[in-house]
Design a protein around this ligand. Structure first.
Ligand SMILES: [Zn+2]
Length: 756
């Protein structure tokens, strides 16, 4: 896949690749007509094409008069968030370290709840989940041969940043590490992926019982996958260090002179096997409300059995420079001025880790603005609150943007501008540990969400730079692209133009690095519709079956999960003027308000079909598929696409008439909300029953994995399973085609009668 085509995200836990969205919006007629001919027409789109003059009053899913009203609402909303307030909120959230379960993080939960109540949000509540805890009691690492070295496991302050002297900054630790103690030889295993151990084996190096030293890697692979791989190889412990080639001085200037990671920066992080099942490991599939039933720790598949510790390059260098054994291959050499060796004998280390695994409360803050007309249709917005240390980018940039969004929403609602549907906002806890708070909340309310939820919009790291990255399931990609036209990037262009430019730049870079990315940016591939795991959208997409969107501004960012990711970093490198924070509040709010106020929900199922076809084509590309006939699946995709196109056309006609019967709208919208649920297979992906979505899943590396059940079976050449999975996919397509056709009949009937 297209890994590593953007520098910033090589270091981010979420890894998606380029792909397709759909163009919509206000375009010259010829363009619109071309899009129509291609059949990628969103709800409300044909309506745009029928108007001789394009005005701001065309918005997907809105009648002309409601669109005009919506523009007014959006303008009033967008006028409220301010850079000064974003900065003030960001300073509050980054003032102290606030890891999940800490007193400070819980205090911030109460602060958020109080703010939301004052702002005028309703039903503000703090929900408690009692989860399997994972906190360090003691960690140490020493080299005992050939020379003695005790790792400092600490991040030293730099001049100009007083926060780095904070006594609450933790030492190096990995969430969900096992406890234990071992003295053993050290082996360098590059990125710690399975092929790296293959190479070691060929060199006669066995890692059983030894300690492996691996680096955070490019292409990105989730540290939990490195831990699982080391565990499977029989290693006694894994040390994961930040090589300057990945996020340090080889990339550019380091803190305090630039955005990259300095000598002592430590990328903390969990190694939870949440690609198997996220959330509290002891309640897989149900909520950890106080008193909930729990499985024994030994049966929890997401708890690693290996010890793990993250290191700065300051601590890794003495180990690497004393290693013997064969020289590491060229592409295993890193950015330190030493020759990297594979090791295995001369360097011996002593690792000791004691974790506290007692049960711990996590707190999710929930609030809402009740919908004036359709209170039982929910748009859900969320961001996690817990941070490894200060969380300058991750997640406090997102939290600041959320707080400005709620202030603006509250203000509108106090002025009597209440959304038609309910907007629910959540501050998650324990995302960094195992997507825990959102998963438990999603599991607790799964049944209600399946009835009421329209979509979930996630913002994790709102801002580490100026380059927008937007993700959406393909049915919502057009509305995301459309909304980007109405916002102004701080650089003076529209967000849409800025997005296209940064996307084109990234594609050129990727191409230069030998990626087979499509170098052309189009409105079809602007939004990223390949959604893996690694943030709080996971439960909503993969377990509940809700359409999701994810938003973030990115830039050079080498201090991820370290103490250096703080207020100083944001004010010097990430977003010194807080203008991108502000833009995030605006964009997030506009998307929420469009989903909340639309006459007909702006889902584009023709786009969805085209995207699924692309997934299938990519799956079969270059593979011997003689054992599996996917023609029935492709035919079912064609049918679904036709149904989607017809619904788009009918919806556009009805919207253009400027009156939509509320009862008819309810039928159409409830049906449209059901489409995403129909992609769920109750049995889940083979071997991972919690992950129920048949179009999207994560690889163990957190990377996106399209058609997960089918793809994994084809990759293993397990043709029996592949046939079953193909049939499950075909059946879901047939069901959704039937559903969309029914909706279209209702709508077309309406049009034929000429109204009510
Ligand atoms: Zn995060």
């Amino acid at each position: 896949m297209n890994f590593g085509w953007r520098v910033a995200r090589e270091l981010s836990p979420r890894k998606f690749s380029a792909h397709s969205a759909i163009e919509v919006v206000v375009k010259p007629m010829s363009h619109v007509e071309r899009r129509k001919a291609q059949g990628v027409v969103a709800l409300g789109f044909v309506f745009c094409a029928t108007l001789p003059v394009f005005s701001q009053t065309s918005i997907l899913g809105f009648t002309p008069s409601d669109a005009a009203h919506q523009v007014e609402i959006e303008n009033r909303f967008k006028a409220i968030p301010s850079p000064d307030e974003e900065r003030r909120q960001h300073h509050i959230f980054t003032a102290e370290p606030h890891v999940a379960g800490s007193a400070r993080n819980n205090e911030l939960a109460r602060y958020i709840a109080d703010e939301w109540r004052n702002e005028g949000l309703e039903d503000v509540i703090i929900r408690r989940y009692d989860v399997y805890g994972s906190n360090p009691k003691f960690t140490s690492l020493e080299m005992v041969a050939p020379v003695h070295y005790r790792a400092i496991l600490r991040e030293l302050p730099v001049t100009g940043d007083p926060d780095l002297k904070n006594k609450q900054i933790s030492s190096a630790w990995s969430g969900m590490s096992a406890s234990g103690e071992v003295t053993a030889p050290l082996v360098y295993a590059h990125s710690g992926n399975p092929e790296d151990y293959e190479l070691l084996r060929k060199q006669g190096i066995d890692v059983k019982g030894k300690v492996v030293l691996v680096r955070y890697s490019n292409p990105y692979s989730y540290r939990g996958f490195k831990a699982l791989t080391a565990e499977r190889e029989g290693a006694a412990a894994i040390l994961i260090y930040s090589d300057p080639a990945e996020d340090g001085y080889k990339k550019g200037k380091v803190v305090p002179n630039g955005p990259w990671g300095p000598e002592y920066h430590i990328q903390r992080g969990a190694i939870t096997y949440d690609f198997m099942v996220p959330g509290d490991p002891l309640t897989p599939g149900w909520a950890s409300v106080p008193g909930a039933k729990r499985i024994p720790v030994e049966e929890a598949v997401s708890i690693p059995k290996i010890m793990a510790l993250p290191l700065s390059w300051h601590d890794a260098k003495p180990l690497l420079s004393n290693m013997d054994g064969p020289a590491a291959p060229d592409d295993w050499q890193g950015g330190l001025p030493i020759k990297y060796h594979l090791g295995g004998t001369r360097v011996r280390v002593h690792v000791k880790i004691e974790m506290d695994n007692s049960t711990q409360p996590y707190y999710v803050v929930e609030g809402r603005i009740r919908g004036a007309q359709l209170p039982d249709e929910w748009i859900i917005l969320g961001n996690h609150r817990d941070a490894w240390v200060f969380g300058g980018v991750d997640p406090s940039s997102g939290t600041a943007s959320l707080m400005e969004l709620t202030r603006a929403m509250g203000k509108l609602s106090k002025q009597g501008m209440r959304p038609r549907r309910t907007i629910v906002v959540c501050s998650w806890d324990g995302e960094e540990v195992g997507l825990t708070g959102s998963t438990e909340w999603g599991e607790q309310f799964a049944d209600e969400l399946r009835k009421k939820a329209v979509a979930y919009i996630n913002v994790d790291e709102a801002t580490s730079g100026p380059n927008f990255h937007g993700e959406a399931v393909a049915s919502l990609a057009p509305m995301l692209v459309e909304a980007s036209h109405t916002l102004k990037d701080p650089g003076g262009k529209t967000l849409y133009e800025a997005w296209r430019e940064s996307s084109a730049h990234e594609r050129r870079e990727a191409k230069r690095n030998g990626d087979d990315t499509d170098a052309n940016v189009t409105d079809l591939n602007l939004a990223d519709t390949r959604i893996g795991s690694g943030s709080d959208h996971t439960v909503f997409l993969n377990f509940v079956g809700m359409p999701v969107l994810g938003l973030g501004f990115e830039g050079p960012y080498g201090v991820y999960h370290s103490a250096y990711d703080d207020f100083f970093w944001m004010n010097h490198f990430g977003d010194p003027g807080y203008r991108y924070h502000t833009l995030m509040s605006e964009l997030w709010g506009v998307l929420a308000l469009r989903l909340a106020n639309a006459d007909l929900l702006p889902f584009d199922f023709a786009s969805y079909a085209a995207n699924v076809r692309q997934f299938v084509n990519e799956l079969v590309k270059g593979k011997d598929m003689s054992q599996l006939d996917l023609k029935p699946v492709l035919e079912a995709i064609d049918d679904f696409e036709d149904a989607g196109k017809r619904l788009n056309a009918s919806a556009s006609r009805v919207l253009a008439s400027d009156t939509v019967d509320p009862k008819l709208a309810a039928t159409i919208n409830h049906g449209a909300m059901q489409v995403e649920r129909n992609w769920l297979n109750p049995d889940g992906i083979p071997g991972r029953p919690w992950f129920k979505h048949i179009l999207y899943g994560p690889r163990f590396t957190y990377a996106h994995l399209e058609l997960p059940g089918l793809t994994e079976a084809v990759e293993k050449q397990d043709w029996l399973t592949a046939k079953q999975q193909a049939e499950i996919l075909r059946q879901a397509l047939v069901n959704n085609t039937k559903l969309v056709n029914q909706l279209n009949s209702s709508l077309a009937g309406e049009t034929a009668d000429g109204g009510k």
